[in-house]
Design a protein around this ligand. Sequence first.
Ligand code: FHN
Length: 436
Amino acid sequence: MKRIASPLIALALSIPLVAQAGYEPTSANLAAREWFQDARFGMFIHWGVYSVLGDGEWVMNNRKIPISDYEKLPAFFDPTEFDAGEWVNLAKAAGMKYITITSKHHDGFAMFDSKVSDYTIVARTPYKKDPLKALAEECRRQGLKLFFYYSQLDWHNPDYFPRGGTGQDAGRPAQGSWPRYLDYMNAQLRELLTNYGDIAGIWFDGWWDKPDADWQLDRTYSLIHQLQPAALIGSNHHRRPNPGEDFQMFEKDLPGGRSQGFNQGSEIGQLPLETCETMNGAWGFNLTDRRYKSTADLIRYLVRAAGSNANFLLNVGPMPNGRIQPEFITRLREVGAWTAKNGESIYGTRGGPIAPHPWGVTTRKGNRVYVHVLDSPDPSLLLPAMPSAVRSARLIGGRTVDFKSGDFGVVLTVPRDGIDPIDTIVVLELEPKPAR
Ligand code: FHN
């Protein structure tokens, strides 16, 4: 995926964004935020007609494909092997608690039965069905929550005008009505929050394409919260959260990380956190991208995210036939074997009392601290003092771990044959702190 660095993005980091000023989350929304943080692990799904070309979700922009040609693609998109039950089963097998799927990506193509557009999977493809409806029903049946990704950026709609930093080669006329585009976007969001039952939230993306535009976020965020107060709003704008947003996402970096150019200005806010990453190098299906991350790396990313008090949203880009490629299935099942065995150290936890270090991270649940030793050459590990005295120490499998406490902190000595090459998890039981 090519991102265009532009002075506009630099400008964006300086413009205070007005959103849902004075927003007060409802008790249902606050409860949803707790659920979200407990969930810790979700499946991101990037799926669209771009998958026909097998070259990622930015293919229209990167290959400068005009709308007149790109509109030929839906005719080839017939995912007859799509099975919502298979996708939800796979997410659950991995230990994922929610799914976030693209309802509309930057190409403007609606992967749902939108009545305010004829550029939809129902109107334009031989498939003629609404996969998001099937997925919503299956998630409800199997007890997973469902978020919709929605791209504010639109390379197809002529009213997305003035153009932003991308989508310049789509062949649209140099005119359009921005207010009419906002009406269109809000109408589609109304459909997504009305026609698919309870939705866990909206994952916005693409604000960064026109950072200086008047997006009228207060209007959009108010609409969402009026329709479904518990729906969590997040926006992948790579900046501090705005009023009306309920969680903050980081892309391809742990919270506060700066490995990606677009994260240079991002700051960690006070909201629940989530980081997202691909399984290879692509979000949308890419036939030739073989940069598959190892299962061990994916597990460690999940652990480091939890240790940073963040969720991990791990992506799949399904193929145009509706199936998920075998390399992803294998990894998800292997991650699931790990979460089945060690999930207590992730689910329902919050970031631990020790900040993330190169050697590893900690997570915490009540008086229990999980020390995740990810990269320590030495079986002994010196930790700073815990919030209260350590009562006991054991490997998550049960074996006792020697520990010595003192003013210096706590030294853990893990038996050499108890060291796990992926993540050695030491469980510390702390003395309950006296009630104040
Ligand atoms: O441009 C998109 C990209 O296609 C993908 O959807 C990622 C997912 O976080 N978000 C944007 C890139 O920052």
